[in-house]
Design a protein around this ligand. Structure first.
Ligand code: ADP
Ligand code: MG
Ligand code: MG
Length: 262
């Protein structure tokens, strides 16, 4: 069992306050969707949790199983079991996907996986995500299409098996087929097979924070809780039905209220 606990989190970029008191608890086995309009601070939340140096936590706390995540380096956070799939994955020129993933696994597990076992794991992961085998030798994220970048993020997720996964707009820029493949990967990771009879490799002992602008992915990856983000705060919370409401009504009312509260 794991718990990510975010308490009254305030985050600034430079001297501009972006997150203004976020409270959120994610436990193993739960999937939380964070939904909100562009600019509401969703990525800022993801970066702050992961430890991006540009995002300054001015007050509040983030605990993973009671440990102060904010006191840890980015590496330590990953070793503690946190994973962030970025909205805009970065290119790593000169480092192949295969080497990148083996290094990441080594860093997180504290020892290098045996080459043969790693090759097997990598192949299984790539097969499951319908990724071309030649992909393993390409430079990480260099010239990848939007869909390839997102599949690569899910491949990392499946290989690293974090306790808590923060997925920032993993659905953006995907066509319907890629969205289905990526969603199935997330569901395998959650320990929930997405089609009848499908073998799931996850343990169900993981928590997912799924950040998205659109409700589309939530048809495939069913959230247990939905949080609406506006103006750097959670302004409404509910179950999956809240996503349906957002699909019909949009974010307009929340944005108006957030402005009024300023
Ligand atoms: P979302 O992911 O919900 O679209 P972001 O967290 O990306 O929102 O952005 C929230 C606000 O913070 C925006 O006004 C954005 O311009 C600002 N912001 C985020 N990151 C930076 C940055 N690195 N430098 C300057 N402003 C930033
Ligand atoms: Mg955005
Ligand atoms: Mg964003």
């Amino acid at each position: 069992m794991s718990t990510l606990e975010i308490r009254d989190l305030h985050v600034a970029v430079g001297d501009k306050e972006i997150l203004r008191g976020v409270d959120l608890t994610v436990r193993s086995g739960e999937t939380h969707a964070i939904m909100g309009p562009n600019g509401s601070g969703k990525s800022t939340l993801a970066y702050a949790i992961a430890g991006h140096p540009k995002y300054t936590v001015t007050s509040g706390s983030v605990l993973l199983d009671g440990e102060d995540l904010l006191a840890m380096s980015v590496d330590e956070r990953a070793r503690a079991g946190l994973f962030l799939a970025m909205q805009y994955p970065v290119e790593v020129p000169g480092v192949s996907v295969s080497n990148f993933l083996r290094s990441a696994i080594t860093a997180v597990r504290g020892e290098a996986p045996k080459l043969r076992e790693f090759a097997k794991e990598l192949k299984a992961g790539m097969d499951a995500l319908s990724i071309d085998p030649a992909f393993a030798q390409r430079n990480t994220n260099e010239g990848f299409s939007g869909g390839e970048k997102k599949r690569h993020e899910i491949l990392q997720l499946e290989l690293l098996k974090p306790k808590i996964a923060v997925l920032d707009e993993t659905d953006s820029g995907l066509d319907v087929d890629a969205l289905r493949v990526v969603s199935e990967g997330i569901n395998r990771f959650r320990g929930l097979g997405s089609s009848p009879g499908e073998h799931s490799r996850g343990s169900g002992d993981t928590g997912v924070l799924l950040i998205t602008h659109y409700t589309r992915i939530l048809r495939y990856v069913k959230p247990d809780f939905v949080h609406v983000f506006a103006g750097g705060r959670v302004v409404e919370e509910g179950g999956p039905e809240l996503a349906d409401k957002l699909e019909n009504e949009g974010y307009e009312a929340y944005v108006r209220d957030a402005r009024k509260a300023d």
